[in-house]
Design a protein around this ligand. Sequence first.
Ligand code: CO
Length: 426
Amino acid sequence: MDNRTKALCDFLDASHSVYHAQAYLAQTLEAAGYTRLLEHQAWSLVPGGKYYLTRGGSALLAFRVPRGEITGFTMSASHADRPGFKVKENFELTGTYTRMAVERYGGMLIAPWLDRPLSVAGRVTVETEDGVRSRLVDIDRDLLLIPNVAIHMNRQANDGYHWNPAVDTLPLIGGKEAAGKLSALLEQAAGGKILGQDLYLYIRQKAAVWGVDEAYISAAGLDDLECVWGCAQGFLHGKESRAIPVLCVFDSEEVGSCSPQGAASGFLEEVLGRICASLKLELSRMLAQSFLVSADNAHAIHPNHPEYADPGNAPVMGEGIVLKFNANLSYCTDALSAGIFRKICHKAGVKVQSFHNRGDLPGGSTLGHISLAHVSVPTVDIGLAQLAMHSCYETAAVCDELALETAMAAYFGTTLEAAGDGFSLS
Ligand code: CO
């Protein structure tokens, strides 16, 4: 495994929740010399400065100030949340066994969660002398399991099954005597009395590179941590241009983006406004020469079910970055944004392919069109081709991630200047 793939696996294995993914990114930015800004303080940005900020522990934004004349923003947006199970308040269910009450977060595939060791990670708030503070919590051990029903009791199990989330997906914590012990474990990990919790289940299986040619990578949360990492690496390695590069990683995409940390919030818009205010730039003129890459994984054609893919626009894992198109704008890519991003990829030697939904299958949507409502700039929706989207263990191609890092470094190193009906790129 090469170093860049190893770095991706380390990130995936550390990201047991959206909060842990953002903490890992923040650490990576700090190590690269980025200064943390706080939203409630005044900012005095300087040319050559490198900055980042977080919101609610689950959204992150980083940017650099070029040294010379500034033209606009080159931005990327991706998301660090993933579908799964969230732990309920009063989660302990006692009786013959001790079980955990959970509810679904986002549109998940349920079956892959069963019969494998699980644990709990996220953030809690604890009481302190003068108020309330957030703490990251990760019970890093095999802790829970959702057991299947044996084939002898459900002979139709292999003919399709209707999952009832109130019955079928409650994890087992232990026997009768386990009552009360998990709450104690969480309080111990939090280092204080817990007042509130955003805790999620995660699978214990680590990221794996596999296949006869080691072509594939499987891990939890590839949608969209793969794009998060690819954009972050491109952002860190892009050369200085006359644009302000902006890396934005949101939360809440899997549940419609409506949170203070989601793409429907004012986070990106407010930060861009503050950057302009501090540097004495005019926001609307800056936006007229800005661009957004909305990066969220795409469906690869399935090896056993090619019939679900569009005949002419079916991405294949390992064949490069996917540009996503939809006439009704659930993806924002248009002739201008596709043209600009294709040109950048061609110049960087990165392959691109295109995705449309099959005409009779409604597809998903993503960050781009939600973010556009606040920051209206040419936007391209891209992603990496993957299988088993929203399973707890997803699969993609190793080489596509490396292509994304290369393409995003080229993108973040590009200056866009309005020219006639298009843009000049340099
Ligand atoms: Co996604």
